[in-house]
Design a protein around this ligand. Structure first.
Ligand code: NDP
Length: 329
């Protein structure tokens, strides 16, 4: 199998020099194992954090992936089945049933959606809205990094779940246009242009926001607190603006506003909400099949381009969930 490994730790933004492609010798199949050919790799912001310590250097990397069983000595992993697993960053791997989820097949729903809206990305948005922020009908929802994987899912799910106004921010004029013209947002702004994020948010939501799906941290979290209405809730998913930083963030400086607004800021990890997966599939699979909901993926082709896809996502190169397609199928 071909594999990408991390070769050194970055100090600040990572680059291609921190990775190398190697040839991995896979173990022979023993009873209870299966050979999986990877079809889709997920590239995710949390991987930037893994680069600081969780990933061992010069060793196989963890990464979410979808593959097809091509040889099997396990009845639970029959040849041809499509599986979700965490042995990404390589073309092939050997798995036991405990390491793989055999994916259900929904007519008309592409398997890669299990890395998009039906996967951890969509689940993060769904949990943020339903379990953490407990969105109520008619409320105003603000999403940061709105053109990304979690963001595009959050905007459309908010609409589906009865939000009133749905607004978002993204890092280029093209993304801002896509948010309002293709992705169901009522209004959006470019967080890299114009006045501060807090000021831009105030301009498009003068009445404030009830619910925020916050993906960026720092000044973006400060802006969300600043513009939160009384009894508002911030579901804090991540802090992509900080993952390359080597010193603690200066913002938010306005945490006490939460007291004055009786507001709630709650962080969460989607890994602790696997029980919501079924609910999400029941909600979205029929809509994906009928075209009532489309998955927005940002696809990079070819295993050799996986590192670049990851680096590009960190720079904001993706609109929708960033994935790598390994083979035509
Ligand atoms: P995205 O698809 O949103 O990709 C990252 C995006 O972040 C980029 O496209 C870019 O968009 C934006 N970005 C990058 N750097 C900055 C910066 N300095 N300031 C502002 N925006 C920046 O990734 P995901 O949807 O996978 O993840 C979004 C967030 O959700 C991340 O923080 C991630 O860690 C978190 N997450 C949390 C989970 C959980 O369990 N809590 C699970 C999954 C994700 P732009 O051009 O618009 O700036």
């Amino acid at each position: 199998a071909r594999a990408v490994q991390q070769t050194s730790r970055p100090d600040g933004a990572p680059g291609p020099e921190h990775f190398a492609e190697v040839e991995l010798r896979l173990p022979d199949l023993t009873p209870g194992t299966a050979l999986v050919e990877n079809l889709w790799l997920s590239v995710d912001p949390y991987m930037r954090e893994c680069m600081d310590g969780d990933w061992e250097l010069d060793a196989p990397l963890e990464g979410r992936s979808i593959g097809r069983v091509v040889e099997s000595r396990s009845p639970q992993l029959p040849v041809g089945s499509l599986v979700f697993h965490r042995d990404g960053w390589r073309t092939h791997t050997v798995l036991t049933p405990g390491q793989a989820r055999v994916l259900p097949r929904y007519d008309g729903v592409p398997v890669e959606s299990f890395l998009g809206v039906l996967g951890g990305t969509g689940l993060t948005a769904y949990v943020a809205l339903t379990r953490i922020a407990r969105l109520r009908e008619g409320e105003t929802v603000y999403v940061s990094a709105a053109a990304g994987g979690v963001g595009t899912a959050a905007g459309r799910l908010a609409r589906l779940l009865g939000a009133g106004r749905v607004i978002g921010s993204a890092g280029t004029p093209e993304k801002v246009r896509a948010l309002t013209e293709e992705l169901g947002f009522d209004a959006a702004f470019d967080h890299r242009a114009g006045p501060s994020v807090a000021e831009q948010l105030r301009r498009i939501a003068p009445e404030g926001v009830d619910v925020c799906v916050e993906n960026v941290g720092g000044a973006h979290l400060e802006a969300a607190i600043d513009n939160l209405r009384e009894f508002g809730r911030i579901a804090w998913c991540g802090a992509i603006s900080q993952y390359n930083d080597t010193t603690p963030p200066a913002a938010p400086r306005n945490l006490f506003d939460l007291v004055e607004k009786s507001g709630r800021l709650e962080g969460f990890l989607v890994a602790n909400h696997g029980d919501a997966q079924r609910e999400l599939e029941e909600l979205l699979a029929p809509l994906l099949r009928d075209g009532g909901f489309t998955d927005r993926l940002s696809v990079t082709d070819g295993f050799d381009n996986a590192v670049e896809a990851f680096l590009s996502m960190l720079r904001g190169g993706n609109t929708g969930k960033a994935v790598v397609r390994l083979t035509e199928h």
